[in-house]
Design a protein around this ligand. Sequence first.
Ligand code: PLP
Length: 399
Amino acid sequence: MTSNQEIIKKSESAFIGTYARFPVAMAKGSGCKLHDADGKEYLDFLSGIAVCSLGHCHPKVTEAICDQARTLVHVSNLFHTIPQTELAACLIEHSFADRVFFANSGAEANEAAIKLARKHSSPGRYEIISLEGSFHGRTLATIAATGQPKFQLGFEPMPDGFKSAPFGDITALSAMINESTCAIMVEPLQGESGVRPLGHQYLRAIRNLCDKHDLLLIFDEVQVGMGRTGSLFAYQQFDVTPDIMSLAKALGNGLPLGAILTTKDIAASFTPGTHASTFGGNPVSCAAGLAVMEVMLEQGFMSSVLSRGDYLSKTLKSIAQTYPSLATGSRGAGLIQALVLTENGIKHGAEIVNALFQRGLLANFAGNAVLRFIPPLIVTEAEIDEMRTILDSVLSTFQ
Ligand code: PLP
């Protein structure tokens, strides 16, 4: 078998250097465990960045993918297909929405959301207000919507029509609305910038602003949708309904699949030829998505996400109490949880993540502020205890 070192050497001379990867080649996965090319085991509290929410190679998802790959892989959106139609119907049945458009990724889903908001509101209303600290993707429009200038650096000029309001300040957000504004776009809980929940009150106030000014409310649930916060969609957890919602990541449990969901009335603004994707909603990805939905809709699935989330949150709180020089507490919802670091902890954030990796635990340093834990939603309390043991052993060396 090819070793880590052989693969890394080949990989480093082959790729455009956009990624700072861990020095490892992952070879196989099962549940919450990954194995590298040298056979070392890792406990995965990253889930391929909130993607493999049913764990690696979930038997039902694998079976659905294999069956569909033997039946029909691609025909384009010039034709109807069974998996795409069934997945759309299932998403509609379990959400606020009446209509779905499929894409291949989170950024593409957000592009579709942005285009739909503009199309629905035009002429003259095109501006979208997002929040500082948000992350909406890496295409030009989605970096323009992303409220973090570091992602825009070197790619200017940005497409026109995007502004970011200070996080948590409803008065400032309100003051930014003008006659060109068509939508407000937020993540109900900011994932990339450090697991920052907006909370029910803030989200409700944003919804009220949208209603008052006739603006569309877009929820980017690419990271926090599909069960991550303990309900199928995060808006259900925070009890505020958007007009357009984007999904991706866990929707396909690893196969490329994104979507926007919206109402019949708003959807009517997209007519044939206004938006499209060659691969979007391909049969294999949609078969995977249907299998994901079936598992997540099983009785007791979401309540177990909530109880394990609670256990993870308590574990991180107790870790923070043990290491007050490194951490102040925990925050999050369901199974997106963060250990909030002190200034000193932040200074060592990247080193801590590397030390965890060396000891076989995968987590990451998000928003230059927290250690983020986003395990598969099937994680057990025993695996959370295992995570705690590794975290404990690493933090004790950084005190
Ligand atoms: N939106 C959010 C909230 C995300 O977290 C991400 C990715 O991390 C994206 C959009 C972009 O998704 P993708 O990388 O699939 O384009």
